[in-house]
Ligand binder design. Structure first.
Ligand SMILES: Cc1cc2nc3c(=O)[nH]c(=O)nc-3n(C[C@H](O)[C@H](O)[C@H](O)COP(=O)(O)O)c2cc1C
Length: 369
């Protein structure tokens, strides 16, 4: 029976264990949305994870939706990220970058030329973003024209190429949490009447074109995807047939031989059970169609749940988000069943080293007497 702490191989990846650091936006990029040396320190501290998925990183200036998130579209950003990938590799870890386009979850103050953000729809989300003024409501979007789709696909392709130039081991395409690609998938958001709206084939068209372009560019074995079939975050209303949509989608991803699917079970960071959904069926469809793909699960896992998921073969890897923020040595704590440190919510977004690189490794308290 495999354990959470056993090595694993899939796609182009060969990992030291099955604990994944989930992507975590921390809003600490420097001028030009460039990754900083402090970010390299933060990721290197967490490099005992089998795989790190970086914080979401915009593929273009238009893809940004929050203050000070890093990009992967300029040469300065590629150089900045190289410090992180070098530091993680020197410490024996593996890291992929999460490729992000927020779509309508943005604000004009963060968009090039103060333009409206773009989406599958012109309907505004009921959601907040984080700007120079703190949290504020997102702006009304502009619906993308059909003739803009090739440009978008190309932005993703270039970002994936940049990721390899920056030394990443691969990419995870962010197709979750109500951002651009999910704005195309769900019929609760996508109200288009062109070839990118309506039928399952049409709503999955842009995400599949993006995945195909990236897989052609860097290889399917280095390409993974994150999805959140029933999350309500960022005003992502439920699809009228979520299981039908995502079953259709993963079958096509499996046929491309993508290296992994990383699934958020339930409401991101919240209830795992609000909306019934057959995640096991989704996993079976992906794994039965894929040559060497892996299934990563996330959302509210603790040690016992993670160990059980691996032992019962319901997942190949388990991703931890919040626990990795305050426990840089999470793998060792899980292995030895040591207590986990709580996180400080006031230092999550923005700022410097405090609440970022200053969480200590576990220290045994010597017994007195
Ligand atoms: C501070 C913070 C930032 C996050 N940033 C991202 C992100 O950039 N991309 C993403 O897909 N999910 C993001 N998430 C969601 C987490 O990856 C994860 O799905 C969620 O925290 C549930 O996992 P957990 O219960 O192990 O924390 C973020 C969550 C938190 C708390």
């Amino acid at each position: 029976m495999p354990s959470l702490f056993d090595p694993i191989q899939f796609g182009n990846f060969s990992l030291q264990n099955r604990v994944v650091m989930a992507p975590l936006t921390r809003n600490r990029a420097g001028p030009g949305r460039t990754p900083t040396p402090l970010m390299a320190t933060y990721y290197a501290q967490r490099s005992s994870a089998g795989l790190i998925v970086s914080e979401a990183s915009q593929i273009s200036a238009e893809g940004q939706g929050y203050l000070d998130t890093p990009g992967i579209y300029s040469s300065e950003q590629v150089l900045g990220w190289r410090k992180t990938t070098n530091a993680v590799h020197a410490a024996g870890g593996k890291i992929v970058i999460q490729l992000w386009h927020v779509g309508r979850i943005s604000h004009v103050s963060l968009q090039p030329g103060g333009q409206p953000p773009v989406s599958s729809t012109s309907r505004k989300a009921v959601a907040n973003t984080f700007t120079v003024n703190g949290f504020e409501p997102v702006s009304a979007p502009r619906a993308l024209r059909t003739d803009e789709m090739p440009r978008l696909v190309d932005d993703y392709r270039k970002a994936a190429r940049n990721a390899l130039d920056a030394g990443f081991d691969g990419v995870e395409v962010h197709c979750a949490n109500g951002y651009l690609l999910e704005q195309f998938l769900r019929d609760s958001i996508n109200d288009r009447t062109d070839a990118y709206g309506g039928s399952l084939e049409n709503r999955t068209r842009l995400p599949l074109q993006v995945l195909k372009a990236i897989a052609d560019e860097i290889g399917p074995g280095r390409t993974g995807i994150r999805m959140s079939p029933v999350t309500p975050v960022n005003d992502a209303g439920q699809d009228s047939d979520a299981l039908g949509l995502f079953n259709y989608f993963v079958e096509r991803l499996a046929a491309m031989n993508l290296s992994f699917v990383h699934v958020i079970e339930g409401a991101t960071g919240g209830s795992r059970l609000d909306v019934p959904f057959d995640f096991a069926e989704l996993r079976d469809r992906f794994l039965s169609g894929s040559k060497s793909g892996a299934w990563i699960v996330n959302n509210g896992y603790d040690r016992a749940m993670a160990m059980e998921a691996i032992a019962s073969d319901s997942a190949d890897l388990v991703a931890f988000g919040r626990a990795f923020i305050s426990n840089p040595d999470l793998v060792s704590r899980l292995r030895q069943n040591l207590p986990l440190a709580p996180l400080d919510a006031s230092t999550l977004y923005g700022g410097g080293a405090a609440g970022y690189t200053d969480y200590p490794m576990f220290e045994m308290v010597p017994e007195v007497g």
